[in-house]
Write a protein that binds this ligand. Structure first.
Ligand SMILES: Cc1cc2nc3c(=O)[nH]c(=O)nc-3n(C[C@H](O)[C@H](O)[C@H](O)COP(=O)(O)OP(=O)(O)OC[C@H]3O[C@@H](n4cnc5c(N)ncnc54)[C@H](O)[C@@H]3O)c2cc1C
Length: 404
């Protein structure tokens, strides 16, 4: 791995997370002579899917982080900075120190932006006084503190009305909490509420049916089309926006602890650039949902959480997207027509309790496309082990090395 960088690269990858490292590794396996650089500001690389289990006290947070340097492919250059401007009309990006880097081909994968400030009163209060979230490395362990210290009362779990990474994460932690209360004999003292900006528990009917039974089993109360807009930390109250008879209405709910999933969008540096879908609130990178090539800039590709593709934003989706992008980019570099097509595959390992998991897998049409020869709509111990033990190993050892 080189860290001295040039002012021009054949292939420039913005973001060295799940998608960026997967793509870089696969491209260099295909052709080690490619002149490729990755722009990534962070020293650390996180395995975010395990933060759900960290919040449930069933995974060590320290096992979810490794040094980024160990995963930048040897033949790539690491530009350790962040992109501050995308300028695709001039085939260049500007980085934090003011340098401009030009490219022949650009891959955009800087992940999703967590918009905490969209919830009034939340900033400064997250990670204390019973307000937690599995969406950050810093606060995922505090979720388990809240669960452990809960002696009964009201526990609230929220899901915003924007696309988010891992659509199942806001409810998985709720099921773990409920199961923890059950195991410790206090489920009957727990008043558990799920407030969601969405209209259903899950978009794929087959899995929604199982989840609705899980909700009944734990006695959880659901409130759909309710979007968290404010936390009054001093009074331990949450304010939700909803609609009644076409009018906006605000519902105030007290809590003993609250797990917040923040509203999310593409990062501002994309939103404010010509790469974004024009006039869209999310500001996602405007790519073709099958080829992953930008709809207007033919030398730009996008992958992972930051794109406009309407799949479930997960690492599992990236695992299927990366080979498609690599194939199409490589053909483009060689002057050939692109032909590989992504079908929208996404997967959500829906943890429904300790040792219980429903492995949802589906495509753009929200139809199940399952890997295993058994009914994945059922809660299974084996699938929990897959999430806890096999998938993390696969991530660090195969996916980031470009071999899976
Ligand atoms: C609580 C939780 C549970 C989850 N559970 C699952 C699960 O069970 N299964 C699953 O498949 N997925 C799950 N996910 C989702 C999964 O982690 C993401 O979909 C995946 O990490 C997205 O990869 P990415 O490369 O698009 O973004 P990331 O992996 O987030 O990487 C983005 C990278 O871009 C860098 N970056 C940011 N800004 C800039 C910039 N301006 N310039 C350059 N670089 C920049 C960041 O430092 C980061 O390294 C979960 C996520 C969370 C938070």
């Amino acid at each position: 791995m080189k860290t001295n960088y040039k002012s021009h690269y054949q292939v420039l990858i913005a973001g060295g997370g799940n998608a960026g490292i997967s793509v870089a590794a696969q491209l260099l396996r295909k052709d080690s002579k490619l002149d490729l650089a990755i722009i990534e500001p962070s020293d650390k690389h996180y395995y975010q899917p395990a933060w759900t289990l960290v919040g449930g006290g069933d995974y060590d947070i320290n096992d979810t982080v490794r040094n980024e340097a160990d995963f930048i492919p040897k033949k790539a250059t690491w530009i350790k900075d962040k992109v501050t401007k995308f300028d695709p009309d001039n085939n260049r990006v500007v980085i934090g120190n003011g340098d401009a880097i030009t490219y022949d081909w650009l891959v955009v994968c800087i992940g999703i932006q967590l918009n905490w400030s969209a919830i009034k009163g939340l900033e400064g209060n997250l990670g204390k006084n019973g307000i937690t979230s599995n969406y950050t490395f810093q606060t995922a362990p505090y979720t388990f503190e809240c669960i452990k210290n809960f002696k009964g009362g009201k526990a609230i779990f929220t899901n915003p009305n924007t696309p988010i990474k891992c659509g199942g994460a806001p409810q998985k932690i709720m099921y773990l909490a409920a199961d923890y209360f059950r195991k410790h004999g206090i489920l009957d003292k727990a008043d558990i509420h799920y407030y969601s900006g969405g209209a259903v528990i899950f978009g794929v009917k087959k899995y929604a049916e199982t989840l609705n039974k899980v909700i009944q089993r734990y006695g959880i109360k659901t409130h759909y089309k309710h979007n968290l807009v404010e936390i009054r930390a001093d009074r331990k109250e949450a304010v939700f926006e909803t609609e009644q008879d076409g009018q906006k209405k605000y519902v105030v709910q007290s809590y003993d602890f609250i797990h917040v999933t923040p509203p999310q969008s593409a990062p501002d540096v994309i939103r404010n650039s010509p790469l974004a879908v024009p006039d869209s609130p999310g500001g996602w990178v405007d790519v073709d949902k099958h080829t992953l090539r930008h709809n207007r800039y033919k030398n730009v590709f996008g992958i992972g959480d930051n794109t406009s593709t309407p799949n479930a934003k997960t690492g599992a989706a990236i695992r299927k997207q990366a080979p498609i992008l690599v194939e199409n980019l490589y053909r483009s570099i060689n002057g050939q027509e692109i032909s590989a097509m992504y079908n929208g595959y996404g997967s959500c390992p829906l943890v429904t309790g300790y040792g219980k998991l429903v492995l949802a897998e589906f495509d753009y049409s929200n139809e199940p496309i399952e890997t295993f020869p058994f009914d994945q709509g059922k809660e299974r111990w084996t699938m929990y082990q897959l999430k806890k033990r096999i998938l993390p190993w696969l991530y660090w050892n195969k996916i980031l090395r470009g071999t899976a």
